[in-house]
Design a protein. Sequence first.
Length: 284
Amino acid sequence: MSHPESIPKLGPPEPASALPVRQLTDLPSAMPLPQLLSIIESLGEFRELLDEMPAPGVRRQIGGLHGSGDTVVLAALAQNATRFFVVVNDDVAGAERWLADLTTLVEPDAVAFYPPRESFGEAEAHAEIAGERVETLERIGQGDLRILITTTRALLERTQLPRALASARVELRKGDTRRPEDLASHLEAIGFERVPMVEDVAQFSVRGGIFDIYSFGMAEPVRLEFWGDDISELRHFDLVTQRSTRDAELALILPVDGQIAVGEGEPERSSIRAIFPPDTLLVI
């Protein structure tokens, strides 16, 4: 597990030791974003920062940034360095400002927000927050993210999800072999509610050899048809009409935060830091 003192950091400006960055106030206000990043990347100060990225346990200060200059510099760093960046904010409002700015500067799939829980106890009662948390953890685990935005509180939380995700997630494809009763048991173990008809996320239903499942991360729920223990059909379906709409290549099923009971004993609780790459760089 990575500990705060061993993760390199980029922090707020301290004039005495700050690395100066040329003022950005003279740049045209209507400049295309790719051109803006190109100008930042051409600065000698930026090249110096890129060449001297903080090593583990080292803190580097950056000064001379105004307005959204911090997000512009980070976007340029993410385009030119292979490091994983974690932006830590004091509150959700600050995190949302970073997210709004960065999604205009980098590919939207390269940045995500990991929000703090709003509920007490292990389970997150707000489905939108629970979904965003598990979807973001999945993207970190798959190496899809370059920049993670979060809060101090979320970083300090200890939950089951970071350690349990790998064993709790399920990938289903047409032609796979899986015992239907085992699939139903697993869905219940990772927090899904068994219902007569699927109408919301984190629910599943069983009608003979037909499974309807709606997981976090799905644009539409999926319908599986079993022939014995083989998945013979895999399609999306419409929640309103309950009619199948189109074929699905993959059904990725993610667990419900705080409601995982996979394997013997209770999953180990840990911080999200447990799944950060070793060379993660914190921006505070």
